[in-house]
Design a protein around this ligand. Sequence first.
Ligand SMILES: Nc1ncnc2c1ncn2[C@@H]1O[C@H](COP(=O)(O)OP(=O)(O)OP(=O)(O)O)[C@@H](O)[C@H]1O
Ligand code: SF4
Ligand SMILES: [Mg+2]
Length: 328
Amino acid sequence: MKLLEINNLHTYFDTKKGLIKAVNGVSLSIEEGRTLGVVGESGSGKSQTAMSILKLFENNQKIYEGEIKFEGKVISELSEKEMQKIRGNDISVIFQEPMTSLNPVFTVNRQISEVLMLHQGLNKKEAEARSIEMLKQVKIANPETVNKSYPFQLSGGMRQRVMIAMALACKPKLLIADEPTTALDVTIQAQILKLMNELKAETGTAIMFITHDLGVINQMADDVAVMYCGQVVETAPVDNIFMDSEYIHPYTEGLLTSIPRLNTKRGEKLDVIPGSVPHPLALPQGCKFAPRCKYATEKCRNEEPELKEIGPNHQIRCFFPVKRGGNK
Ligand SMILES: Nc1ncnc2c1ncn2[C@@H]1O[C@H](COP(=O)(O)OP(=O)(O)OP(=O)(O)O)[C@@H](O)[C@H]1O
Ligand code: SF4
Ligand SMILES: [Mg+2]
């Protein structure tokens, strides 16, 4: 069953220079208990899609069109008060840099307990016991000590574990993880990813996993949404993207060929996508990827393709999807 469904979502920033269409017609869904990996270059709208789900908006930002459904209910029109009941309870989030989300002046216990007292009605003592239990669950070796610590006393990896404990404290149905391991070194990153997979298997929480790293997607995701210029350009089960599907979006093809391979020789140039993401105030007409696409035609430069079903659970936004093996 679909846990989250986003239909044609448009979230814009109203700036002095014009409307910035950060989310420009996103459609995607997340099935119960599954992990959707959201991937795309910087500025493609991954974080703003997540912020739209939680309605964590700046003053000059709002939803202009489209809807977000959670468990079949439209949540994109809820008031701030109603959203507060959902955030941290049904849907929680972890960010790249835990120091920006953890409050530096409160102990770990105070921060996890607060969530539990607010959403689950636990008293102080119950919340403290549960906080220690949560720290054990995220494999922190000395949970009683860490529970009494302040964020600055912990390493980056430990802080990220605390964030995960806090996010999972109320057993959310959906966990949004926005580049949760990007700031960590490779070994710690691997440990955190493993931990998240274990917790998902234990709790059945669905995850929206945002990253710019297709290698991480391969490791974490059941399904993938590839984003470009505020739109989803391809969505499919992960194996389709990496191996099985007959057709693929030219942008996904570019991302795949730019993954460093183990057998890449030192100094050998990686096949990177030429050009850069267009400025959000100067989006091209027609297909947004056309200026960088080696398959672009006149039609692509004039008309905008729609996201279309190309196989079971597989959608592509492109007039001329690439056939694997080289022939278009
Ligand atoms: N506060 C803001 N005011 C105006 N525009 C913004 C603001 N925050 C983000 N944007 C714009 O919205 C678009 C989408 O940004 P978003 O942060 O969602 O990208 P992203 O895919 O998460 O990138 P990254 O990989 O760098 O995190 C970008 O064009 C960005 O410039
Ligand atoms: S529609 Fe055209 S320009 Fe856009 S991705 Fe497809 S082939 Fe490339
Ligand atoms: Mg981001």
